[in-house]
Design a protein around this ligand. Structure first.
Ligand code: NAI
Ligand code: BUO
Length: 260
């Protein structure tokens, strides 16, 4: 890794991405906070929190489903922060629908945001690492739904299975360059994404709002909902020297829901 350690975290205006950005900043990284343009105000808040930790940060607006925009975000990171060592392909969306109702538009949208983004982010980061001789780290958002398919999350589960498969491939192709590729697989994290899943499940199964979330949290062995900090600890590990010999892995961080 270069002397200046720099990470680009997508979807870091809120939720898990924000938690990862703050954790990596506390580990000593300068951070490119990447998110959709409409998240500018929230992202500016994250930038301030990072600066308060004594690190540099800036907001780079990006739609991760667009290859050109990801490449531009990587270039802006190198230009603005003077290096680039880690990409966290975190941004993603959920869709809550019985699979019989999934449309072509649904599939195109979720695969562009959850899968194309990981492929393009990995390509852009790897090209930059190779060009600059950096043994960088590529870390992507999978899910418990990348290991087991979840009913009513059909398109989402398929997209996260794709992230897991691609992580294994990219790890093998990039290993000769000393670049590692891994993914984190959270369970039930208390963010805007689960607010949406709970609300939409209620409409489908008639349970009161909050009930679907409660039932899922009740199934967690460690007995509490997951926080962005829980996820950030695993990303911090993947980005650290402690993970020098780890590649192609999808690490469950779910409090005890699935077991491998
Ligand atoms: N919340 C949960 O329980 C779990 C979440 N995950 C994954 O973790 C990642 C983060 O999820 P959360 O923080 O919970 O979601 P969230 O909905 O709270 O935040 C997602 C962030 O990604 C950004 N984003 C969405 N589409 C984008 C695009 N096209 N370009 C750039 N940014 C975009 C949003 O603006 C937002 O800031 C996702 O990939 C999700 O699938 C995985 C397992 C569980
Ligand atoms: C399973 C999963 O990824 C969520 C968002 O719950």
């Amino acid at each position: 890794m270069s002397d200046t350690r720099v990470a680009l975290v997508t979807g870091s205006g809120q939720g898990i991405g924000r938690g990862i950005a703050l954790k990596l900043a506390s580990d000593g990284f300068d951070i490119a906070v990447a998110d959709l343009p409409f998240q500018e105000e929230k992202a500016a808040g994250v930038v301030k929190e990072i600066e308060a930790l004594g690190r540099k940060a800036f907001f780079t607006p990006v739609d991760v489903s667009d290859k050109t925009q990801i490449e531009a975000a990587v270039a802006a990171t190198v230009d603005t922060l003077g290096g680039f060592d880690v990409i966290v392909n975190n941004a993603g969306i959920a869709q809550i629908k019985p699979f019989l109702d999934i449309t072509e538009e649904d599939l195109d949208k979720i695969f562009k945001i959850n899968v194309n983004s990981v492929v393009f982010g990995t390509q852009a980061a790897a090209k930059s690492f190779i060009e600059r001789g950096v043994k960088g780290r590529i870390i992507s958002a999978a899910s418990i739904a990348s290991i087991k398919g979840f009913p009513i999350l059909g398109a989402y589960s398929a997209s996260k299975f794709a992230v897991r498969g691609f992580t294994q491939v990219a790890a093998q192709e990039l290993a000769p360059k000393g670049i590692t590729v891994n993914a984190y697989a959270p369970g039930i994290v208390g963010t805007g994404m689960w607010d949406l899943i709970d609300k939409e499940l209620s409409k489908i199964n008639g349970k009161p709002v909050g009930q679907n979330l409660k039932e899922n949290v009740d199934s967690i062995a460690l007995g509490r909902i997951e926080t962005p900090d829980d996820v950030a600890g695993v990303v911090s590990f993947f980005a650290s020297e402690n993970a020098d010999y780890v590649t192609g892995q999808v690490l469950l961080v779910d409090g005890g829901m699935l077991y491998n």
